[in-house]
Design a protein around this ligand. Structure first.
Ligand code: GTP
Ligand code: SPV
Ligand code: MN
Length: 623
């Protein structure tokens, strides 16, 4: 057995893993690594330093193994294409578990498992799961190393794809390890693709380009602050700093410690008068966070800069404001729909050093996906590795195809992206993908109504997780798949921020996805969303007019800047229409959903439902 202590020094052990303590002085960390290695039986243990040399070494190794296809270095330098197994293309919510000691602490929206029983099952599936493979040890920091809002973790994994992706998405390596050795707490995260290179009776078996297992576990122990993931190499299932740590475990930590871990982008808006605003926005998966975070305003004089595109950690700051960091260091973004006309900033960002997963390959060794260019190439190799032409019945790129890229490559990255103390949040936005009912923009009259707005998000399902695309489902705070504890307690925790934060952000609802009877989007979206951001910022300043509706404040006539925009008056009317009958049904649906939370549903949520109902009854509201 070979045990690599550092990149430079490799030690060969004869029969056990006693030497795999690695280059660390931390006894708890080395004991844990030894314990996991003893369970999973890898051939070698490699401690990762997060260097560029390590990245290059691992990508070269994956090219040799067929996991990565190098792209044409002239067209897309430093970039690769990975094709996953066709069964391993998205998060698996049905196999995602929250193992709190009491079932009621996980709540009705999570798959609960009794921790002891789950640990036993996991011990069974992980036993020998890394045989024939290398186990990598990846120390990482979520947020700037040592920052007051940041947290540390260590992922062990048998997937070099996960190592390289974690290297882009988080701050990995020696500085994170040094912080752990200095005594900071860290979250252990165990990952195996579940494809040992030795079968049950000890016979060697060949590797495949994308090893995974039909049996999957994405398991969380929120009380022990521990993650175990088995069977998948994909995104949120395998890059354990992301959804597993930064949302599920961190949301539970935040509840205990008085802070928030949210599925939110963070952006900085600068007005023509050079006034700066920071906004955080929660939309469900594949509902526009990356696009809004990188928006190029069509309104002259406005500027948007990016701080984060998926996750925000927010803490009450010493200044009485809610302060947010992006705990990630890269973007794992949806490729389809990302194009020069919709998101030119992302397109520029993707010019080099990118790992693409499940996009199509062009004949000249570059990538393509639906929505990237106006013209469709005559011939491609699709995400499954098969010949594809515009006549093919299936899309060339998987609808959940993704890019993985460092945040530092983003042309719109904000100067305060790295600020350890975070940025002060002025407004929180909630949105979903709604073809009807939900107006383009509303403002909640107060914090309690804002929490209700977040709690009442529903959205048409996307390809970001298994399930039926297009089906309307409740997704409170865009956290349905990510809250690490009872959703009723989660609402209460949000309400409690009113007692913890002196200057609370204003809360707004947005919906870019309303459609006409003919099925087309009524709002042009993308860069034109700057018009909505303008109204929001003007509301924060107190200079824009609003009008009351039963579902919140909307722009008064003339207050939404439509200069130079060609949206028919009828469409605008429809974008803000509040139909009392449809809303009454919406509230019925919501009430039935909230009833699932029983006595853990805060009374204020029920009161908000009643308030909207009264408003709808008071007047048949038309605009
Ligand atoms: P996750 O990474 O899964 O959390 O997704 P996300 O919320 O970051 O979504 P993203 O910005 O990647 O957008 C997902 C899809 O929605 C893409 O296909 C976009 O092109 C599309 N989209 C984003 N913004 C808009 C918009 O304003 N209007 C319309 N019509 N589509 C949009
Ligand atoms: C999401 O599904 O919200 C994502 C992609 O951001 S994943 O990392 O796979 O969760
Ligand atoms: Mn996401």
């Amino acid at each position: 057995m070979t045990i690599e202590l550092t990149r430079e020094s490799t030690v060969t052990a004869t029969d056990d893993l006693q030497l795999s303590t690695g280059p660390t002085s931390d006894p708890a960390l080395s004991a844990w690594v030894r314990e996991i290695a003893a369970l999973t039986r890898p051939d070698a243990v490699v401690w990762c330093d997060g260097s560029r040399a390590e990245h290059d070494r691992l990508t070269a190794q994956m090219v040799a193994a067929g996991t990565l296809i190098p792209l044409n270095p002239t067209l897309r330098p430093g970039s690769f294409l990975a094709r996953s197994a066709p069964t391993d293309v998205a998060r698996v919510e049905s196999r995602t578990f929250i193992a709190s000691h009491r079932r009621e602490d996980a709540g009705p929206t999570n798959n609960w498992r009794e921790p002891g029983a789950l640990r036993e099952e996991l011990a069974g599936v992980f036993a020998g799961s890394m045989r024939g493979r290398t186990m990598y040890v990846v120390p990482f920091s979520m947020g700037p190393v040592g920052g007051p809002i940041s947290q540390l973790g260590v992922q062990v994994t048998d997937s070099p794809y996960a190592v390289v992706s974690m290297g882009i998405m988080t701050r990995t390596g020696t500085s994170a390890l040094a912080a752990i050795e200095a005594g900071a707490p860290w979250v252990p995260a165990v990952h195996s693709v579940g494809y040992p290179l030795v079968d049950a009776v000890g016979r060697a078996r060949a590797d495949v380009p994308w090893p995974c297992n039909d049996l999957k576990y994405i398991a969380h122990f929120p009380e022990a602050r521990e993650i175990w993931s088995f069977g998948s190499g994909y995104g949120g299932n395998a890059l354990l700093g992301k959804k597993c740590f930064a949302l599920r475990i961190a949301s539970a930590m935040g509840r205990q410690e008085g802070w928030l871990a949210e599925h939110m982008l963070v952006l900085k808006v600068t007005s023509p008068e050079s006034k700066v605003f920071h906004l955080a926005a929660a939309f469900p998966s594949a509902c526009g966070k990356t696009n809004l975070a990188m928006l190029r305003p069509t309104l002259p004089g406005w500027r948007v800069e990016t701080i984060g595109d998926d996750i925000a950690w927010m803490r009450p700051g010493p200044d009485g404001r809610l302060r947010a960091i992006n705990p990630e260091a890269g973007f794992f973004g949806v490729a389809p729909g990302t194009g020069w006309s919709t998101n030119p900033t992302a397109m520029q960002m993707l010019s080099q050093d990118v790992i693409f997963t499940n996009v199509a390959l062009t004949d000249d060794g570059d990538v393509w996906w639906e929505g990237m260019t106006e013209e469709t190439p005559e011939h491609l190799v699709d995400w499954r590795g098969e010949d594809w032409t515009p006549d093919s019945p299936t899309p060339a790129a998987h609808p959940n195809a993704r890019f993985t890229v460092a945040a530092s490559q983003c042309p719109s990255i904000a100067d305060d992206f790295d600020a350890p103390e975070g940025v002060a949040i002025d407004a929180v936005l909630f949105g979903g993908r709604r073809r009807s009912n939900v107006p383009l923009v509303t403002q909640a009259p107060d914090w309690s109504a804002g929490v209700f707005l977040g709690a009442s998000i529903s959205s048409e399902q996307t390809a970001a997780a298994e399930g039926t695309v297009g089906e309307l489902r409740h997704d409170p705070f865009a956290m349905l798949p990510f809250a690490g504890y009872h959703m009723g307690d989660y609402f209460a925790h949000w309400l409690s921020m009113a007692d913890r934060v002196e200057h609370l952000p204003q809360v707004f609802g947005v919906n870019w996805f309303r459609r006409g009877d003919d099925g087309r989007f009524l709002w042009p979206g993308f860069g034109e969303n700057s018009r909505v951001l303008e109204w929001i910022c003007r509301r924060l300043e107190g200079t824009a007019a609003a009008e009351e509706t039963p579902v919140g404040l909307v722009p008064a006539a003339g207050a939404l800047n439509l200069d130079g925009l060609d949206v028919p008056a009828a469409d605008l009317q429809e974008l803000f229409a509040v139909d009392p009958a449809a809303w009454s049904q919406e509230l019925d649906r919501l009430e039935a959903y909230f009833a699932r939370f029983g006595d853990r549903l805060p009374a204020q949520i029920g009161q908000s439902v009643d308030r909207v109902r009264d408003g709808l009854r008071a007047a048949r509201w038309t605009r």
